[in-house]
Design a binder for this molecule. Structure first.
Ligand SMILES: Nc1ncnc2c1ncn2[C@@H]1O[C@H](COP(=O)(O)OP(=O)(O)OP(=O)(O)O)[C@@H](O)[C@H]1O
Ligand SMILES: [Mg+2]
Length: 455
């Protein structure tokens, strides 16, 4: 494929066709010429990489009919019409019907090249999106559970599959929301213990005085509120996998007991003397490097961390963002009986320039909210995520200028609508905006006039 993209050029006049083709080829486009619309149409299919540049007035099928037929075969293909001078009415009608652009003949070559370049870029992004959606639909197995195309995620999937087969203990490192629990679950599900229980326990969420009994269980009467015997997670998980989440918050005295259980494969319930043997695989997760943590026993670290998995934060594998977003967008639509919403190029840009401090969990929440509420724009959701005032400087800087500007623009329009109680004419005057532009912007930011009227 040429540098600039492929142009399907249709014109019945040989001279115009050849001159245009020559100019475009010199400008870096690949050009296929057709003297009749019918012949061009044969080349158009959903994944056709090109855009259509066509004369309007031609014998046989004319340019407008060609455009309509082309949309039936490749709905998102940009079509640029070459119109005769003064044919403004026809051109505006064509734009309403979905033409990407029109150019009056005789055209200014540089301007034509510029518009074609933009149309080709749009086509490229559309195709990328289409392929992405197709691939998502055909994935299965671990690819469908742990989504992403970045080298880091591909490596992680391979590591999980090879570690799953082994019986070694594993520590999973990653920031909040990066998928540590999901990875732990995959290690279990693709391993030999998959038919046995996977038992998660969050060491950070359980009060310190209860962790011991949670892990090891207790006999009736072992302590004040222990009225009945209770089986602990260790025993319960025997034969399967125990997932110790936030292991860095495990108190020192329990670390010793955990170490003993792992070394000797036995536990004792609180208030009992009889050792119970357990057969466990332990998968732990931590947000900090346990090696550097003075509160964490070195011997326990070596016992637990036979293997390590590191999940990088989303901002370091930004190419995964569209995949994850489309996945959860579809799921959100399906679960809530909504039509799937589409993403514009602008949306994809915004998604990939946001810093995602809450990683995949944050992304999933936004995708689902976007899927459920057709009135809300993505830019609006991203800016609501963490109000600018409270956003730490580092994140504020990482917001792209376009998102910040859009955020500010939405705020100004919202304020004007409030001030004039939804009176569009007054808002147009105040902001000095034509009605069409104002309408477009309100639509983009999910602003409805009726939300600002008094009655
Ligand atoms: N690569 C991925 N593909 C699909 N979904 C993912 C991926 N990574 C994470 N998720 C989803 O994101 C959410 C958060 O993941 P998870 O709970 O595993 O993160 P975590 O690292 O354990 O977070 P925390 O540190 O806050 O406990 C889950 O709903 C999970 O299914
Ligand atoms: Mg977790």
């Amino acid at each position: 494929m040429s540098e600039q993209g492929l142009v399907l050029l249709v014109d019945d006049e040989a001279m115009v066709r050849e001159a245009t083709a020559q100019w475009l080829e010199l400008s870096g486009f690949e050009v296929r010429c057709f003297s009749r619309a019918e012949a061009a149409l044969e080349q158009i299919e959903p994944f056709c990489a090109g855009i259509l540049l066509t004369d309007v007035r031609m014998p046989g099928m004319d340019g407008i009919q060609l455009m309509q037929e082309a949309f039936r075969r490749a709905p998102d293909m940009p079509v640029i019409l070459l119109t005769a001078h003064g044919d403004v009415d026809m051109a505006t009608a064509a734009m309403r019907d979905g033409a990407y652009d029109f150019i009056e003949k005789p055209y200014v070559p540089d301007r034509l090249v510029e518009r074609l370049r933009r149309a080709c870029e749009k086509r490229r992004l559309t195709l990328e999106n289409l392929r992405l959606q197709q691939n998502l639909a055909t994935q299965s197995g671990i690819d469908a559970r742990l989504i992403g195309i970045s080298p880091a995620i591909q490596r992680l999937r391979r590591e999980i599959l090879s570690l799953a087969e082994l019986e070694t203990n594993v520590i999973i490192y990653g920031e909040t929301g990066t998928g540590k629990e999901l990875v732990a679950q995959c290690l279990h599900d693709y391993g030999k213990r998959s038919k046995r229980p996977f038992v998660p326990i969050n060491c950070g969420a359980i009060p310190e005085n209860l962790i011991e009994s949670e892990l090891f269980g207790h006999e009736a009467g072992a302590f004040t509120h222990a009225t009945k015997r209770r089986i602990g997670k260790f025993e319960y998980a025997s034969g399967g996998s125990l997932f110790l989440d936030e292991i860095e918050s495990m108190p020192l005295n329990l670390q010793i007991k955990l170490l003993r259980a792992l070394q000797e494969h036995v536990i004792e319930r609180l208030g009992a003397n009889a050792p119970i043997s357990v057969d466990l695989r332990v998968i732990a997760a931590a947000k900090v490097d346990l090696r550097e943590d003075p509160q964490f026993r070195e011997d326990l670290f070596y016992r637990l961390g036979v293997s390590e998995l590191h999940i990088p934060p989303l901002r370091e594998r930004i190419e995964d963002v569209p995949w994850l977003f489309v996945h959860y967008l579809r799921k959100g639509a399906l679960d809530n009986d909504r039509e799937p919403r589409t993403l514009s190029d602008h949306d994809l840009d915004a998604l990939q320039s946001y810093a995602w401090p809450g990683n995949v969990r944050e992304l999933k929440n936004i995708a689902i909210r976007y899927a459920i509420d057709p009135r809300v724009s993505l830019v609006e959701l991203l800016s609501r995520q963490q109000p600018l005032q409270s956003r730490p400087v580092a994140h504020r800087q990482s917001l792209p200028l376009a998102v910040q500007v859009a955020e500010y623009e939405a705020q100004l329009i919202r304020e004007a609508l409030e001030q004039h109680q939804g009176n569009i004419k007054s808002v147009m005057d105040m902001l000095d905006l034509p009605r069409r532009t104002l309408n477009q912007k309100m639509q983009r930011y999910g602003l409805n006039r009726s939300d600002f009227t008094l009655s």
